[in-house]
Write a protein that binds this ligand. Structure first.
Ligand SMILES: NC(=O)c1ccc[n+]([C@@H]2O[C@H](COP(=O)([O-])OP(=O)(O)OC[C@H]3O[C@@H](n4cnc5c(N)ncnc54)[C@H](O)[C@@H]3O)[C@@H](O)[C@H]2O)c1
Length: 312
């Protein structure tokens, strides 16, 4: 027995510095607040664009910083475009200048330009690929260069990256060819980054979230609606996705890398990736007809694919 009080439990992210892109609204805002609540110091990035990527404003990022500070946390705003070299490099510098270190990068920023493929303009393709895929690659690349330099200087990091894919990237989504391709690309990037950066003490995972934000509240109004009954669990609140992101971004997730998780409401699902199904090997070149006959036999015993979102 001792008279000394039990030491207060350490918060999950005490001492860590976390960058969250697109953290002025929606899921990113929820992640930033959740990291701060677990003791992290946070760089709140947001370009403050409209739902289609137009315009710019520092206000959303500054408002989230004010919320974190009002709760007793530490945060700084960053208003750069994460899909530019300047914006991505300055994200890392902002963390180092404000807090002296960088431990976790959450890539989350993005916007939509939904169209059926036959109506999808080249500009809408480029803008969505740029903000999601390049907007993941560039911050990842600059953060990884910093962590590699730390590792080479004998200060091996315990770093984390959480990327944001989507059910659209996993299964495809009708009317979102550009977005689905970008979000599928993020899954490939996650696997490569996890493999390349493991040696430097960096873990890289991805989530496919679903939540009520301006991105979804109109297109999926019924599914996303808040419950009417007082006290009922608000399944689609963006705050429900953040606990997994905070854990993946903390030192507690040691050993977890190169994985993809769906997160929605109270549910967390490990997504199994592509893996070989039924196979046939002729040990010689097929004729097209024989290849077709063999393929039909394989498909007859293979798991049918899950349908794309919105497919009829
Ligand atoms: N809401 C969902 O159900 C859902 C589902 C699957 C995936 N996602 C993904 O989650 C992420 C967050 O989406 P959300 O629903 O919170 O949307 P949101 O529109 O509420 O938030 C996205 C934020 O990113 C910012 N942003 C856009 N372009 C930027 C840029 N170039 N640089 C910096 N900031 C930029 C916007 O200003 C905005 O505040 C996105 O990657 C989205 O594709 C969301």
């Amino acid at each position: 027995m001792t008279d000394s009080p039990t030491p207060a439990a350490r918060a999950l992210c005490d001492g860590r510095v976390v960058v969250v892109t697109g953290a002025g609204r929606g899921l990113g805002r929820a992640h930033a607040l959740a990291f701060a609540a677990e003791g992290a110091r946070v760089v709140v990035n947001d370009l403050g664009v409209a739902l289609d990527g137009a315009g710019a404003s520092l206000s959303p990022a500054e408002e989230v910083v004010a919320e974190i500070r009002a709760g007793g946390g530490e945060a700084v705003a960053h208003g750069g475009d994460i899909a530019t070299t300047e914006g991505a490099a300055s994200l890392v510098t902002a963390a180092l200048d404000a807090f002296g270190r960088l431990d976790t990068l959450v890539n989350n920023a993005g916007f939509l330009r939904d169209r059926m493929l036959v109506n999808l303009d080249e500009d809408d393709w480029d803008a969505v690929m740029r903000v999601h895929l390049k907007g993941h690659f560039l911050p990842l690349r600059h953060a990884a260069a910093h962590w590699r330099a730390e590792a080479k200087a004998g200060r091996r990091p315990d770093a984390r990256v959480v990327n944001t894919s989507s059910g659209a990237g996993l299964l495809g989504s009708v009317g979102q060819g550009n977005y689905s391709a970008a979000k599928a690309g993020i899954l490939g990037l996650t696997l490569v980054a996890a493999a390349e950066l493991a040696g430097y003490g960096v873990q890289v995972n991805a989530i496919a979230p679903a939540a009520r934000t301006r991105m979804t509240e109109q297109a999926f109004a019924t599914t996303m609606a808040a419950p009417d009954a007082p006290g009922a669990f608000d399944t689609m609140a963006p705050e429900n996705v953040s606990p997994l992101v905070v854990w993946l971004g903390s030192a507690a997730s040691a050993g977890v890398t190169g994985r993809v998780f769906e997160a929605e409401g109270g549910r967390i699902t490990v997504m199994d990736g592509w893996r070989p199904g039924p196979t046939a090997d002729l040990s010689a070149r097929w004729t097209p007809t024989a290849a077709g006959e063999a393929t039909r036999k394989l498909l007859a015993v293979a798991e049918p694919p899950l349908p794309a979102y919105g497919a009829r």
